[in-house]
Design a protein around this ligand. Structure first.
Ligand code: NAD
Length: 295
């Protein structure tokens, strides 16, 4: 039975590790926070008392942590403890630069590594329907895939080391921008006396159609499951959208790509967050646009 260590048992990592247990893997988890450890133990995960205990004898280590520095700290700690040929998979959303450094750390110690950030949120983590976008050499990806399949519905190999993180921030930059576009259209439609349903019926079957409209409509009514119908409870919190847009703009600056709408989207979500709405679903940005409107 493959021995897996899972580091970072928070809102995403906890349910992901639980799905690996359900699939029959021997999983030892570790987290710094008592609350995460308690929830993981209740979900049937064997929780180790230290990171060393968690990775002892592990053939695969998965990390699911808040940001690049956490990932580098943990990888620096575990890389010397693993046997040559072991596989490390980072599923966190982190900056492309840190992802590159993490891959290098693993390679110099003779370990295989994959960056495999996810989309699908906490429901996807619970229901094992996440989309994984992976970067790493094809052999490392082939070793990671059967494990990722137990936590997700779609596993896409995007290219070499760091390509998973690149795909993730490009996708979420589209999402952040398109949600603002849809919200602006509803804000204008309201001013012009157009009903939400009429605009939805037209745009959802016309050239304005996109996921932010048809699956995650920012006004209540047309898409009953969208957070707009639940007082904009996340969902996907504004703070997380802001994090991903920040990563996209750091990467754009470093790579010399022109992304003016990405930059403007970041500024708008920043203003919404600064006004105290960081934990509101990101589709709540429509309230910010209405506030900016006159009359
Ligand atoms: P979270 O804050 O709920 O969990 C992170 C966990 O990491 C915490 O339990 C924390 O105690 C633990 N941790 C931090 N440093 C540690 C260390 N050195 N050793 C062990 N544990 C440590 O965050 P989350 O929502 O689970 O998100 C995890 C990652 O997934 C982030 O990079 C996030 O951007 C990404 N993500 C989140 C979502 C979402 O909807 N929540 C969706 C897609 C991607």
């Amino acid at each position: 039975m493959t021995q897996i260590a899972f580091i970072g048992l928070g809102n995403m990592g906890g349910p992901m590790a639980a799905n690996l247990v359900k699939a029959g893997f021997a999983v030892r988890g570790f987290d710094l926070a008592e609350s995460s450890k308690k929830a993981a133990a209740e979900a049937g995960i064997a929780v180790a008392s230290s990171i060393n205990d968690a990775v002892q004898g592990a053939e695969t280590v998965i990390t699911m942590l808040p940001a690049g520095q956490h990932v580098l700290d943990v990888w620096n700690e575990i890389v010397p403890l693993l046997d040559k040929g072991a596989l490390i998979i980072d599923c966190s959303t982190i900056d492309v630069g840190s992802a590159g450094q993490a891959h290098e750390l693993a390679a110099t110690a003779g370990l295989r590594s994959v960056d495999a950030p996810v989309s699908g949120g906490t429901n996807g983590a619970k229901n094992a329907t996440l989309t994984f976008m992976a970067g790493g050499d094809p052999k490392a990806f082939a070793a990671a895939k059967p494990i990722l399949e137990k936590m997700g519905g779609k596993i896409i190999h995007c290219g070499e080391a760091g390509a998973g993180q690149a795909a993730k921030i490009c996708n979420n930059m589209i999402l952040g921008i398109s949600m603002i576009g849809v919200s602006e259209a509803f804000t204008l439609g309201e001013k012009l006396g157009l009903s939400h349903q009429a605009l939805f019926d037209v745009a959802s079957t016309s050239s304005g159609q996109c996921w932010s409209l048809t699956s995650y409509c920012p006004v209540p009514g047309p898409v009953p499951a969208s957070p707009a119908n639940n007082d904009y409870k996340p969902g996907f919190a504004t703070a997380l959208m802001l994090k991903d847009l920040r990563l996209s703009q750091e990467a754009a600056r470093a790579a010399g790509a022109s992304t003016p709408l990405g930059a403007h989207a970041q500024a708008l979500y920043q203003a919404f967050s600064d006004a105290g709405h960081g934990m509101v679903d990101f589709s709540g940005i429509i309230a910010h646009l209405r506030d900016q409107s006159k009359g």
